[in-house]
Design a protein around this ligand. Sequence first.
Ligand SMILES: CC(C)(COP(=O)(O)OP(=O)(O)OC[C@H]1O[C@@H](n2cnc3c(N)ncnc32)[C@H](O)[C@@H]1OP(=O)(O)O)[C@@H](O)C(=O)NCCC(=O)NCCS
Length: 169
Amino acid sequence: MSTLQLPDIGLRPGNSRTLDDIMQVMEEAFDPDFGEAWSRAQCQAILGRDGVWSTLAWVGNRVAGFALARLIVDEGELLLLGVRPCFRRMGVGRLLLRHTGAEAAERGATKLHLEVRDGNSAGELYESEGFLPIGRRRDYYRSRNHGTCDAITLALPLGRRKYDHPKLG
Ligand SMILES: CC(C)(COP(=O)(O)OP(=O)(O)OC[C@H]1O[C@@H](n2cnc3c(N)ncnc32)[C@H](O)[C@@H]1OP(=O)(O)O)[C@@H](O)C(=O)NCCC(=O)NCCS
């Protein structure tokens, strides 16, 4: 069971003023081989759009992870979830995921969608939170070292959430 009750994980909204923190996580968290990390310009552009929000996780005064999501009509989409390697397996990713689901529901979403590379260990986190596979895109990801990988689309019906909204602190 994940250590969600760690007292020193704090959540705060991310925005264009916290772009340095988001990019620090981005550079450390994502495997460059699959080109999953977004550029600073991409992040800056999307953070200004309607329906887009980001959440940063802090352990003490150190940024540990972030989530980036958007609402399209009544569907939430988790665009990115990343945790710096030195803060992994402490419950940071799960807390960010739960907060994003709760935030999406508050904004009117009935489902939270996401896409994950087949074989990514993040899939275990999503499965344990109740996400269900709804689609597969063959050979969606291309890497120099690992060939191609499918993308799996997952959805979480938000009405079936079994947790409270973790508050921003
Ligand atoms: C996926 C990711 C966000 C998880 O962050 P995290 O803070 O380590 O996750 P948690 O500590 O909350 O782990 C929750 C559960 O997820 C599963 N999990 C997480 N990392 C795992 C791994 N490497 N192997 C197997 N299971 C894993 C476990 O079930 C874990 O629970 P446990 O620690 O009680 O066994 C992090 O590994 C990451 O940033 N990965 C690279 C970026 C990425 O692929 N993001 C997702 C696609 S956008």
